[in-house]
Design a protein around this ligand. Structure first.
Ligand code: NIG
Ligand code: FE
Length: 393
């Protein structure tokens, strides 16, 4: 396979802690070689070996591709009217999920597939190189099954979320719905899924239901993650830590005790800036998590109800402006933090042996991602050495 030397990089973010160059392992005037989809050499440009191709990135910043560890891309329909109502004072609740369930059930496979592909392309254009996606808008065996089957064509990180809410037809029989999820639905979906998730919150599933669901998923070979504390400080964080969930996501509300639990666990605390933005909720303060020593990720939560964005730069800008991340912490959380939330150590950083997933920014520093909110700075997105998006600016 031909090798490519990327050189004259103004600023390279490696996230390599062994370099002793700050949280982001920053190198100026660096270069690296990509071969066979991996980084085969990285260092000072004057020391760079020969390669088959040479690309100069003078004036540009390179960082590991963004890792979006929480998204809901399998859906049909639009809930912009609900968003507009919230902006005029109405509040968000889990109830709106059923509107998307109805539209998703009515959509053809082709429509759903095209929706996933369109949103995945938007993600690549925003610098995301790995994304997770959940089912959760089918909520019956056939529609959950086709959701995971379609999703797995687009990403390895498919999450079975049959336990998103109790669908209307089971409202008076919640226990029956839980039995369906952990029985026939899980059996059908597990072969196409890597993860299992549950929305453990007010208006969705309680601690006991969530525990039964996640444990059944674990027994079926899936790895657990959880929607926790979007509306209230419930027992979801306790459950996440108890079951060693890869990640506890949302965390809009957090007690000191819960922060302590997360900090002393392997569970990544994943914050979703787009969700507070789009539901006009108070933002959590990330300083509390960092001060306690928790591992933090930022994800888009792309979904039609509470966060219809595919833009990681937008989420980074909000995290910095409104959730008290430093810019360095936000960049780390959107790259390395996301990789940890997906339990991957071959992505999220750039050093010899890692997958060559990276983003080229049309800016002299990553600071511009927060400093120039809303401006498209993504010059190129590369996945495993292959350019999958190049801006024509
Ligand atoms: O992660 N909180 C639960 N699920 C989604 C929202 C789903 C919807 O409103 O359609 C979330 O924000
Ligand atoms: Fe979500």
């Amino acid at each position: 396979m031909p090798s490519t030397l990327y050189t004259d990089i103004s600023l390279l973010v490696t996230n390599d802690e062994t370099l002793d160059k700050g949280l982001l392992g920053e190198l100026e005037g660096a270069a690296f070689v990509e071969e066979d989809g991996h980084i085969s050499w990285l260092g000072e440009k004057s020391q760079a070996p020969d390669a088959d191709h040479r690309i100069s990135l003078a004036g540009k910043t390179v960082l590991p591709g963004f890792v979006d560890s929480h998204a809901h891309l399998v859906f049909a329909g639009d809930r912009s009217v609900e968003f507009a109502a919230r902006m005029s004072g109405e509040s968000y609740s889990a109830g709106g999920i059923m509107n998307t369930v109805k539209a998703t059930r009515a959509a053809s496979d082709e429509e759903l597939d095209e929706g996933i592909a369109t949103r995945a392309l938007e993600m690549y254009r925003s610098g995301i190189t790995t994304f997770e996606t959940k089912s959760g808008y089918g909520l019956n065996v056939a529609d959950e099954l086709r959701s995971v089957k379609l999703a797995v064509q687009h990403t390895e990180d498919v999450t079975f979320l049959g336990a998103h809410v109790i669908p209307d037809e089971y409202k008076s029989r919640p226990d029956e719905y839980v039995s369906l999820v952990i029985g026939e639905m899980l059996e059908a979906c597990a072969p196409y899924s890597k993860w299992i998730d549950v929305f453990c919150d007010e208006g969705a599933f309680d601690y006991d239901q969530a525990k039964a669901i996640l444990n059944s998923g674990i027994d079926a070979g899936l790895l657990p993650r959880i929607h926790a504390n979007q509306f209230t400080s419930s027992r979801a964080v306790e459950l996440a830590v108890e079951l060693d969930c890869a990640s506890a996501d949302h965390l809009t509300h957090l007690t000191d005790k819960e922060i302590d639990l997360l900090a002393n666990s392997k569970t990544v605390a994943t914050l979703l800036p787009g969700a507070e933005f789009s539901t006009r909720s108070a933002y959590p303060d990330a300083r509390r998590l960092f001060a306690a020593g928790a591992k933090v990720a930022i994800a888009t939560d792309c979904n039609p109800g509470s966060s219809y964005t595919t833009s990681m730069p937008f989420c980074i800008a909000i995290a910095v402006r409104d959730m008290q991340f430093t810019i360095e912490q936000a960049i780390w959380s959107a790259t390395m933090g996301g990789a940890k939330a997906l339990q991957r150590d071959d992505i999220g950083s750039l050093s010899v042996g890692k997958v060559a997933d990276f983003v080229v920014l049309d800016a002299p520093s990553y600071l511009h991602l927060a400093y120039r909110p809303g401006v498209d700075l993504i010059s190129e997105t590369v996945i495993a050495g292959t350019s999958i998006y190049r801006s024509n600016k």
